[in-house]
Unconditional design. Structure first.
Lengths: 414, 533
């Protein structure tokens, strides 16, 4: 069994005022086409916004999606942890009720909630509270379903995000560093993912190989009637050794590898937020450019009486003269228009600057949160990983130590 | 040993047997139980005494005194005068040191098999195939691995021979390891030079009566060689069982054990490479992180690296301590099959001789009956003057037998063909014809009586020879069967001990691997636990 360890064992503190477990998957409406799996969510918390220190509810995947979307919409600057992939092969093969799939999902959902619980901002959101304890789920959650996009503090670009990072005039060094750092992390995780898939296959094959070999030893024992018993026991040892391989492989595939993949998705989320931050800066830069142009235009108008130079303005002037247009009047009108445009732009630029700065501050904070989370999560992940190896080799030592005296006792019997 | 190798009397209809056929004879004495496992029991079958006191040379003495091992200390590429390149192996045995090449090992082994056809001569590594030669020109690393493997297996061969109760005393074996001895000379001198090409034609060299030389005197005429496709009329059930068991054992070792073992060996190699890659990745990963986390990742990387190294060690140890001995036993199974084959052929031989003897006796009987008849006729003829016609009428019934017999005699000139083809010719015409032929034969200057007497003489001689041969082969077969049975028993003991060693080595190497990795991963785990959160 994979341990639900991390969340339930972590002590409750001010930084982590809640521990959440996702357990007891249950198939509801079994036999109908509306069947689904529900999970028991148990929360222990010190936060006073909750009705009691311990609460339990049942939720299904759809409900998690609501939570995720609501948070993503309203907290655009936050890195909302990812949900497990909705469209998995298992849906197509019809295996979405299989025990392995359900377990993987359960573990992933637990990671999701744990991450939220550790996030200083998100942990306090109303959406989160409703999700964790509401007894009137349908009513309370639908209240928030009506909210229009854009009502949040920051505008969000939604799920269909930019593919590439926007080109900045003055790239912010801090965020360039952050992006590079996340890139490297992603790269490392992807390499591990790829190699580990190979290793999992290799170990699975090795397990079968050992079993076959064990049978051949037992088979030899059938032929050599003088040593049938010790050879059978040797065959048995090998079979148990193969079992140990199987267990380690299982833990690595469903624990370690699943966490690595989950973490990769988390990195993508971070990158998306970074992209958004860049976009805000681009907005500001673009607006600043417009403002600069407008100011330059005014400058020109003041100095030369002409708002622009060149053939077209000369032609216009000539036409004006013929028409008998009053140049001074024209100039005054133009200036007025420009001034109001400039005033507007100045306000917008200031606003955009504020938004960009604010967003950057938030993102920087988010990155810190992400880094802290990374340390905790990687530690847990590596601990389980190392432990699965320790367990395997410990079992191995036991098995091999046990068989040696039995072999030592082999005597030739006439 | 191409003669024996071509012959395979085993058909698929041999009975199946589950029981251990390599049992010590029921009339063995109690001293067997008291013997310690490691002492080899030698049945006092041939001229070698149980406790050796007479030695033919210093090496012989060394071999039989306590713990003696032969070593192959080196392998060099040598070029001879003709310009061909080959590898020579340096053998160190006691005070002796000599260089021999593979083909010389091969011929040593062949010679031992011909001198001791009833004994299980240990195998040598197989000849290199063309493919091996081709790849040998290329990668130097594989070159070295193969040469090292050969060294080990040739060394094992020499040591196994030196531990065999009978083979260890064979002087040509000692000569093989003696400094400055030309193997070519050994091959062309006694005893090897006086072995017949087909060893089935004599008694087994190692079981002869003579105390001095192991080879049968050449005064003994060559024995008949049976056809390999013949079936035994009265096969020995115990050896039928042995043959069946050997086949099953051989199949199980090569089809089952060797195959599955090789798969693990290969897969562990792949696993080891995967881990080498993984270790590098973790090391790179740790460089991108900082603080405790970086240390933790680095330590995990180190554990992975050490797993890679430990797995390499496991693979090479298993190769030497398990896979190679397993290969030896797979080859041993073939050797046993050949030995049992030899016995089978000798058994066939004995039956063939017995059969031939019977036929000759029947023929002699017939000839002697004719002789008596002829004498009777002569007597009658000399006492009475009776017309030939009335004589023939009197002897009507015996007539045709004699005539038919005469005709056959003159056709073959050999008394070994049985007659019995006489049938009654009642017509007088044929009687006259037979008188005529009698006369004609007389004119032709062949004396039927003399010829018959000649045949009788020859047949009698042949019968005596066949009786001698039958006696010899029957005795031989008994001795052969006993010798083989003893060597099978000795082999069985050796096999169990070797299997025990191999399995213990397998377990111990895996244990070592697990322990090494356990300590490294525990260290890594401890480092991860140190990470501050």
């Amino acid at each position: 069994q994979l341990s639900h360890s991390n969340a339930s064992n972590a002590a409750i503190s001010t930084a982590f005022p809640m521990t959440i477990t996702v357990a007891e998957p249950l198939k509801e409406f079994d036999g109908t086409k509306d069947a689904f799996i529900s999970y028991l969510i148990t929360t222990k918390t010190t936060l006073d916004t909750f009705s009691s220190p311990t609460v339990s509810v049942r939720r299904r995947f759809q409900d998690f999606v609501w939570l995720h979307n609501s948070l993503s919409r309203d907290f655009a600057a936050c890195v909302v942890p990812p949900l497990p992939d909705r469209h998995r092969m298992e849906y197509i093969t019809g295996d979405r009720f299989g025990p392995e799939f359900v377990e993987k999902r359960r573990a992933s959902l637990q990671r999701f909630l744990t991450r939220l619980s550790r996030h200083p901002t998100l942990q306090k959101s109303e959406y989160f509270r409703i999700f964790l304890e509401s007894r009137e789920w349908n009513r309370e959650s639908s209240l928030y379903r009506q909210k229009k996009p854009g009502d949040g503090v920051f505008e969000n670009l939604g799920d269909a995000l930019l593919n590439a990072f926007s080109k900045l005039k003055k790239p912010d060094e801090k965020f360039v560093e952050i992006k590079e750092s996340v890139d490297k992390l992603e790269e490392n995780l992807q390499t591990i993912d790829r190699l580990y898939q190979k290793i999992i296959k290799r170990q699975t094959d090795l397990e079968v190989d050992y079993r076959d070999f064990g049978s051949s030893i037992t088979g030899l024992g059938q032929l050599e009637t003088g040593i049938t018993a010790p050879l059978e026991q040797f065959g048995d040892t090998i079979s148990k050794f193969a079992d140990a391989w199987k267990r380690m492989t299982y833990r690595e595939e469903n624990g370690y590898l699943a966490q690595i993949r989950d973490y990769l998705t988390y990195c993508h989320c971070v990158k998306n937020v970074l992209k958004l931050r860049d976009q805000k800066q681009v907005d500001f830069e673009d607006l600043s450019e417009y403002l600069q142009n407008a100011l330059m235009e005014r400058e020109n108008l003041m100095n030369t009486g002409k708002s622009s130079t060149g053939i077209s303005s000369f032609l216009r002037e000539t036409v004006d003269n013929i028409k008998g247009v009053d140049q001074e009047q024209v100039k005054k009108e133009r200036l007025q228009k420009l001034d109001s445009k400039i005033a507007e732009l100045e306000k917008e630029v200031e606003n955009s600057n504020d938004v960009s700065d604010q967003f950057s501050l938030e993102v920087a904070k988010e990155y810190e949160i992400f880094q802290t989370a990374k340390t905790i999560e990687m530690k847990d992940c590596l601990l389980a990983y190392a432990d699965s190896h320790v367990e395997f080799y410990r079992q191995g030592v036991e098995l091999w130590e046990e068989i040696i005296p039995i072999l030592d006792d082999i005597k030739f019997q006439a | 040993m191409s003669d024996l190798e071509d012959i395979d009397p085993f058909s698929d209809t041999l009975p199946f047997s589950d029981t251990l056929p390599y049992t010590i004879n029921d009339d063995s004495d109690d001293s067997f139980e008291k013997e310690e496992e490691n002492q080899l029991i030698s049945i006092n079958l041939n001229y070698q005494p149980e406790v050796k006191t007479q030695f033919c040379c210093q090496l012989d003495r060394d071999i039989h005194q306590g713990d003696f091992t032969i070593q192959i200390t080196g392998a060099q590429k040598t070029t001879d005068n003709a310009g061909s390149t080959f590898i020579t192996y340096t053998i160190k045995a006691g005070e002796q040191e000599v260089k021999r090449r593979y083909s010389e090992f091969e011929s040593l082994r062949k010679s031992l098999m011909r001198l001791y056809p009833t004994l299980i001569v240990p195998p040598i590594p197989e000849k290199q195939s063309f493919v091996d030669y081709a790849t040998m020109q290329g990668k130097a690393k594989e070159d070295i691995t193969m040469i090292e493997k050969r060294k080990r297996m040739l060394q094992s061969f020499l040591n196994r021979v030196s531990k065999h109760p009978q083979l260890s005393g064979e002087h040509i074996f000692h000569k093989f390891m003696e400094s400055n001895v030309s193997w070519n000379e050994v091959l062309h001198s006694y005893p090897l030079s006086s072995l017949p090409k087909n060893i089935l034609q004599t008694s087994p060299a190692n079981l002869s009566q003579s105390n001095v030389s192991p080879v049968n005197s050449s005064a003994h005429p060559p024995l008949l060689t049976p056809s390999p496709s013949q079936q035994l009329k009265k096969p020995d059930p115990k050896f039928i069982e042995s043959e069946a068991f050997t086949r099953k054992f051989s199949n199980h070792i090569s089809q089952n054990m060797e195959k599955t073992n090789k798969r693990i060996w290969k897969r562990l190699g792949d696993f080891s490479n995967d881990y080498a890659e993984l270790g590098a990745i973790y090391n790179g990963f740790s460089l991108n992180e900082s603080g405790d986390l970086a240390n933790a990742i680095e330590k995990v990387g180190q554990a992975v690296d050490s797993t890679y190294v430990a797995t390499g060690d496991l693979i090479s140890s298993l190769e030497v301590e398990f896979t190679e001995p397993l290969q030896e036993y797979s080859q041993f199974a073939s050797v046993i099959r050949q030995v049992l084959n030899y016995r089978h052929m000798k058994h066939l031989q004995m039956e063939l001789i017995a059969e031939t003897l019977e036929k000759q006796k029947v023929a002699l009987d017939g000839l002697e009956k004719s002789e008596i008849e002829a004498k009777r006729i002569e007597e009658v003829l000399s006492n009475e003057h009776v017309s030939p016609a009335s004589l023939f009428q009197e002897n009507e019934n015996n007539d045709n037998y004699e005539n038919g017999h005469y005709e056959e005699l003159f056709q073959n000139g050999d008394a070994s063909q049985p007659t019995g083809s006489g049938h009654n010719k009642k017509l007088s015409g044929s009687k006259i014809f037979s008188v005529l032929s009698h006369t004609i034969h007389g004119i032709m200057d062949v004396d039927p009586e003399a010829a018959r007497r000649n045949s009788i003489g020859k047949t009698r001689e042949t019968i005596i020879q066949l009786e001698e041969a039958l006696e010899t082969t029957t005795e031989d077969l008994k001795k052969i069967s006993l010798s083989i049975q003893n060597d099978l028993d000795r082999f069985q003991r050796q096999k169990i001990m070797n299997l025990k060693e191999m399995l213990i080595a397998y377990a111990k190497n895996h244990l070592k691997w697990c322990k090494k990795n356990l300590s490294n991963w525990e260290e890594a785990k401890a480092e991860v636990e140190k990470v501050q959160t």
